[in-house]
Design a protein around this ligand. Structure first.
Ligand code: NAP
Length: 538
């Protein structure tokens, strides 16, 4: 190790919620020299890129924001329960302005690679704009769902119409009026977009590979008295979120659904259904994620709702999820999703019954031997989740080893925040942390606070590096897998299980902490309190 002085104390990759908070914290709390690189031309991350019709948050807005700016929690007025993408982006722009974040951000710049320099204990970071800079710490704030998955459909290049992926929608939107439109996919994104597109399009055809259990979002204006009460209780709310299971004000019903009477169960299900949002998913009976029989009762309720809502029984049958347990794929929240299939102008093409997509043709899509003609195709086909954005950074750790090599059979991290062999790299909401199984801002803030304290401790101790030990990492990986194997989650072909990308090794990507995000926070704090147990500080 030498005393080589880096260009920056820290380089942060990404300017979404995570990168913005990391910059604020490292620069304004620790006084570090920080540079943020961002591929977009402004802040926002997810909310910068995902401009598809109907894009809005699925967490209530009062908890989908930064909690470290206490005056802003009081000042900011959200227009509805789940604001749309432009409003969230406006909020993030406002935060950037208010805290003068952009002066340390370089936009329109993608990090193309970084190597760890073992001699000088520095990261050398390269960008597509020709920058090469050095930094002591490298903070990946690249998001969990930011690497677009565009399946390699044969013939896409021959299509004569226009096509878009939802995560790269053009600024200003797309006018679907009078158009024949296809939407490929029925995940959380498509469930938001389909009802909106159907209102404009002359004809909308939805290509479904796997049907989804959807629950109403129940968006709308929030009663001003409720908002005032929340503002008066923000300290309590923050406390509850931090100690909660999923970063929401939700807790499981501490009973087995199998023990209660039919009347009680139905009453509780109705209550959660009427509440809307994630209540049905994250505040249901405690055995729902673990016991197939318990899960079947929840699933059955949602299936009955589909049959009641969709007029054509054949279409309803196609929309009924099959082959996986409720809640083991991400719960989409909907506004008139199932109702949309009652429109004469909307057609459902289901892979199981009508045949799957064979190719894209000049005119449209061929599926199940049949040709469908379109002016516009919208791919709502998701992301190479969690590991994808990190691998895309082309990092080289000790001995020039890449994440691709290190993660050949799935992610290996310690606490989801660091990777053995990659010293001084921190992954905000990285694989094997609660991340996508929580209300993201809660997990982002927890990681940023932990990383800030960690870097502070390293500097105060006169050390220059921190690195997870392979032993601690492998214990963590085993723990993450053991916990999830006790649930129904591995049974689904979900992106949580890496199953959406052909060839991606099947592995559970986030971490389902048995004690929730509160328990995970305690674990991370204990590691720090014990002198960064499981890490080597040098
Ligand atoms: P997704 O959940 O991965 O859904 C992608 C859809 O495309 C699925 O229906 C999938 O079918 C289908 N698909 C993928 N490859 C295909 C292929 N080769 N042929 C046919 N169909 C194919 O992606 P997403 O809807 O973009 O959502 C991803 C995540 O983003 C969500 O789970 C959520 O965490 C987040 N999100 C959040 C919000 C919010 O908070 N407001 C909104 C939207 C999304 P299979 O199911 O069979 O794989």
């Amino acid at each position: 190790m030498t005393d080589a002085t880096p260009d920056f104390d820290a380089v942060v990759v990404g300017a979404g919620f995570a990168g913005m908070h990391a910059l604020k914290s490292l620069r304004d709390t620790l006084g570090l020299k920080v540079r943020v690189y961002e591929a977009g031309d402004s802040v926002g991350g997810t909310w910068y890129w995902n401009r598809y019709p109907g894009a809005r948050c699925d967490s209530d807005a009062y908890i989908y924001c930064f909690t470290w700016d206490k005056p802003l929690l009081q000042e900011w007025e959200w227009s509805e329960r789940y604001p749309e993408q432009p409003e969230i982006l406006r909020y993030l722009e406002h935060v950037a302005e208010r805290h003068d974040l952009k002066r340390d951000m370089q936009f329109n710049t993608r990090v193309t690679g970084a190597e760890f320099d073992e001699t000088n204990t520095l990261w050398t970071v390269h960008t597509d704009k020709g920058d090469t800079v050095t930094a002591r710490f490298l903070i990946a704030a690249v998001g969990s769902l930011s690497t677009t998955n565009l399946p390699r459909f044969k013939g896409l290049e021959t299509f004569k119409g226009r096509w878009y992926h939802t995560s790269r929608f053009p600024r200003g939107g797309v006018d679907f009026t009078g158009k024949r439109v296809a939407v490929v996919g029925t995940g959380a994104t498509a469930v938001q977009a389909i009802p909106e597109i159907a209102q404009q399009a002359k004809q909308l055809t939805v290509f479904q590979r796997t049907a989804n259990y959807c629950v109403p979002a129940r968006n709308g204006k929030v009663d001003p008295e409720v908002t005032a009460a929340r503002k008066a209780d923000y300290a309590g709310i923050i406390d509850r979120l931090r100690g909660s299971f999923f970063g929401f004000e939700h807790s499981f019903i501490p009973k087995s659904v199998l023990e209660v009477s039919d009347e009680e169960r139905e009453r509780e299900f109705d209550r959660m259904w009427d509440t809307g949002g994630f209540a049905f998913w994250l505040a249901n009976y405690q055995d729902m994620f673990f016991d197939q029989k318990a899960n079947d009762l929840c699933a059955d309720y949602l299936k009955r709702k589909i049959r009641k809502t969709v007029n054509d029984p054949a279409v309803a049958e196609k929309l009924i999820p099959k082959g996986y347990a409720y809640g083991t794929k991400r719960q989409p929240l909907d506004t008139n999703y199932f109702e949309t299939f009652n429109k004469d102008t909307v057609l459902l093409v289901d892979a199981a019954t009508d045949g799957s997509i064979e190719e894209i043709t000049e005119q449209g899509i061929r599926a199940g031997g049949k040709d469908y003609a379109f002016d516009i195709i919208v791919f709502a086909t998701g992301f190479d989740a969690m590991t994808g954005p990190l691998k895309a950074l082309n990092l080289k750790g000790r001995g020039g080893r890449t994440l691709d090599q290190q993660w050949a059979d799935g992610p290996h991290s310690y606490l989801g925040i660091s990777v053995a062999g990659f010293p001084n790299l921190f992954t905000i909401t990285g694989p094997q942390s609660p991340s996508v199984l929580s209300n993201m801002p809660v997990s982002i803030e927890q990681h940023v606070e932990w990383i800030t304290n960690c870097i502070d401790a390293i500097r105060k101790s006169g050390k220059t590096s921190i690195e997870a030990t392979p032993e601690a990492q492998e214990q963590w990986v085993a723990h993450v897998n053991e916990v999830v194997n006790g649930t129904l989650m591995p049974g689904a072909n979900s992106w949580y299980m890496s199953a959406n990308i052909p060839g991606k090794p099947r592995a559970f990507l986030p971490y389902l902490c048995p004690e929730g995000v509160g328990g995970y926070r305690r674990k991370c704090d204990e590691v720090a309190a014990h002198g960064y147990e499981g890490f080597v500080l040098a």
